[in-house]
Write a protein that binds this ligand. Sequence first.
Ligand SMILES: [Cu+2]
Length: 613
Amino acid sequence: MLILQPIDFVVYAWLLVAVLSAAYVAYDQFRNNPEAPVMKWGFVLVTLYMGPIGFLLYVMADKEPAPDTHAEFVRPLWKQGVGSTVHCVAGDASGIIFAAAVTALLGFPMWVDIIVEYVFGFLVGLLVFQSLFMRDMMGGTYAENVRRTFLPELLSMNMMMAGMAPVMILLMMGRDMRAMWPSEPLFWFVMSLGVVAGFLIAYPINVWLVAKGMKHGLMTVETDASHRSHAHPGNQQHATHQPKHVVVTRSQLVALTLFTLFALIGGMFVPAAFVNLSVRAEEVRGVIMPPGMLMTAETPPDAMRDMAAADRRLVSYTAPIGAKGDRVLAPRIENGIKVFDLDASVIRWNILPRTQVTAYAINRQVPGPRLELTEGDHVRINFTNHLPEPATMHWHGLVVPNRMDGPGFITQDPVPPGGHYTYEYVVQQSGTYFYHSHTRPDRQQALGLYGALIIRPRDSAGEPKANYEYVVQLQEWLNRDGQTYPAMLMEGGLPNFFTINGKAWPATDTLRMKVGETIKLRIIGTNNNFIHPMHMHGGPFTVVARDGVPLNPVARFEADVINVGPGQRWDVIWPAREPGRWIFHCHIPHHTLNNNVEERGAGGLTLLIEVAP
Ligand SMILES: [Cu+2]
């Protein structure tokens, strides 16, 4: 049992208490309490559904406090109302919960679920719990009991569903849609909360029905041997056969029926204004949405899956805290072809010593491995997809045969989970490039599917030289409460962590050089959302290439800020002029914080260059 959300502690505790409470109530009812069998079963089921609340109701309203005091103890009207509601909830909720589980598994849209749940709850309540069980006590034929209990059952069920439906709909289709799927404990917790709401809403009308003799509350089974098998209503005044002074008028019943129908329709259909009831449980099973995402009645399930957290239950590897991405991947040479194997999977990755993200990674690192190539190379890249969704790889900026280009559904079928695709081409260019997923890149690239392609020219004579070289890959992350969502520049999707080569300051690399030496930074906009104005302290750099293409000597220019847009690459050469600690950082200050916290003077997109004299 993996704890994915703080609520999970509550869920597991609640379900455990519910099972233990129900076990106790079952033991005590059948062992000690002189209650009618139908009510014994009712309390056991209701305690299973309502956990500690069911246990509380049992002890306060039905459990005999001392021998031979049951009839007296259960006489007050409020307790009789509890008994009547328990009876109703036991039948109706059993039907509703069963129908909810089955309709979810059968793949019906949510609006069909709700209607099936009502019908099923009503039928189980009427045909099983009211008519069948009560016949034993009230006598008469089954048909007579169905007729007699139809109206009270209808009124009670309407109120029950009026309370249960909005709670189920709004919580099942809220942020954490694990609640949509019956194999998730959260589903049962939400059902539980729905039953509690239904119980509260249905309680007043049950009190009235009991007071008017139209329903039964608690009963005491007489200990006198001659009456042993007969149950009697705890409150004799509220027997089935109405005493003469209790008058229920036709207009009261019509008004009540209309009122409960109105409440029912409101409870079932008002939530439709807020959530998309055409969603089927299997389309969104297990997804957890970022806090603050706008979800309306029009939000399609595809959009929900797109923005959902990477599923931590699918993590196949946890990288060591100090692991680094962008490792150079050595090729196999087969018949003169450079062969690389790229494997995408879900991993846990530290962007800071204390901060882990759930990442879509290539070869278990973020960024993915660096492919160092030379102009003219014939390369073959075997891509294997171990992600839970289809993916493809795109070679950003390279001239390749169209079917090697990678946009999913456009040049190729996306590689399904567990599938493979072989990309093969001759490298015709040189410079700074990168690769990234081109199937749902808004999601997959944001979760980490990218890596550098560094291509040397066949003839490097004309290339501007530097003493050192360093690749800078930018990334934005949305990581909250242990969940990693794909960062998107929209409501609920804004990033709170930022990384250079998979690490946030102060975990980013420290570069070391001496005064008079130069370093070439190959800056890559591997991020999805922001244009990052990358700024160098300690004097300007010279921009020598853009998007992999060298600038003519006359076109090179000096600057100390370069705007790096998503997908853009800049090669810059910086001379170390003065000794000391010089930083290279994004000039949007929020991007140099870690979840809005400054650590050791910065955060996020900050790199330190230590220059020795
Ligand atoms: Cu920035």
